[in-house]
Design a protein around this ligand. Structure first.
Ligand code: GLN
Length: 315
């Protein structure tokens, strides 16, 4: 067993869960009603090890939109299908040092990385650009389902419609990318943005997302179904970029304090990967100033203090 004292481990997670139930702060994202209306008291932690041991506590079977966590998955799927060289013709590997929705390119004229909006929109443009939008959406969500071990993956049409209706910035980013010839030539800009909004509006639960994280912790093989969903290279690249760029403008501090590949989304989830060991998904909607789950970040910091999960801990 990869976590030999699973019971003991679980007891600690449970303690952390209870400790943090009173840890309140931050505010729900409010740029669309679907996020501002979310119940701020929702709080869930779900764990899945690479040998399929499970633990979950709190609101772990309530759907939430994965939002920016989709960025990590889209990149992983692209690299797995097309290889890193093709994918990186359209985006870089460097933290941007500026907000996730800034209109900016790196010194090579490419989006900085796939974990922020310009890179994520660019990533959506390389997903089967010649196919219909419907086929592209089905293709990617089928991959999500496999990576999640065929546990819950849903879609919030309300979120999609809202995202699309307040999308000036994302449209501005997409036109900027188009102006700078970042997209493959077959790209339909509006459909690519629709795909981006739709994939942000895909729903998971803490439980299904923990399986997603565990698949990433396990080199791309889903620990519950044993299906190989992603190539080892794609997972390595994805975890590298989650480590350096996954937590918006907190990524450097997160790498320092927590030391784990992770990706957060504005609905309040954080996908955390402990490579070779387990995946953990935490969900609590109120966000801190940088857009990461207020409680989720605190959970990760306390976890790092109690267990030697930091990638550079010497055991
Ligand atoms: N849909 C959001 C956007 O593109 C995603 C933001 C996020 O989770 N950071 O603005």
């Amino acid at each position: 067993l990869v976590v030999p004292d699973f019971k003991e481990f679980v007891a600690e997670i449970k303690k952390l869960y209870l400790e943090l139930s009173d840890f309140k702060g931050g505010a729900n994202a409010d740029y669309i009603p679907q996020l501002s209306r979310a119940n701020p008291d929702m709080w869930g932690i779900s764990v899945c090890t690479i040998d399929g041991q499970r633990f979950a506590i709190g609101d772990v079977d309530i759907p939430f939109c994965i939002q920016s966590c989709s960025k990590a998955l889209n990149y992983a799927i692209n690299v797995s299908e097309l290889g890193p060289d093709t994918v990186h013709k359209y985006l870089g590997k460097e933290p941007s040092g500026i907000g996730f929705n800034q209109i900016a390119l790196d010194k090579h004229g490419l989006p900085h990385n796939p974990m922020i909006n310009p890179g994520a929109i660019s990533c959506c443009s390389v997903i089967r650009p010649k196919d219909t939008l419907a086929d592209r959406f089905d293709h990617i969500t089928e991959q999500y389902k496999s990576i999640a071990g065929h546990e819950f993956i849903g879609f919030s049409n309300g979120t999609f419609l809202s995202e699309k209706s307040v999308a000036d910035r994302n449209f501005a980013i997409a036109y900027f990318l188009h102006e700078h010839n970042v997209f493959p030539k077959e790209t339909n800009l509006k459909e690519t943005l629709d795909l981006y909004f739709q994939l942000c509006s895909v729903e998971a639960t803490c439980d299904s997302a923990a399986v997603i994280c565990a698949t990433l912790a396990n080199g791309g093989e889903c620990p519950t179904t044993r299906e190989v969903c992603l190539s080892p290279d794609a997972v390595r690249n994805t975890l590298s970029l989650m480590f350096s760029c996954g937590m918006y403008d907190y990524s450097g501090e997160w790498a320092f304090e927590v030391g784990l590949p992770a990706k957060s989304g504005v609905a309040g989830s954080i996908f955390m990967v402990i490579p070779g060991l387990m995946g953990i998904c935490v969900w609590s909607p109120p966000l801190d100033e940088l857009g990461n789950s207020f409680r989720g970040v605190e959970f990760a910091k306390r976890l790092a203090q109690r267990f030697a999960f930091h990638q550079f801990d010497v055991i």
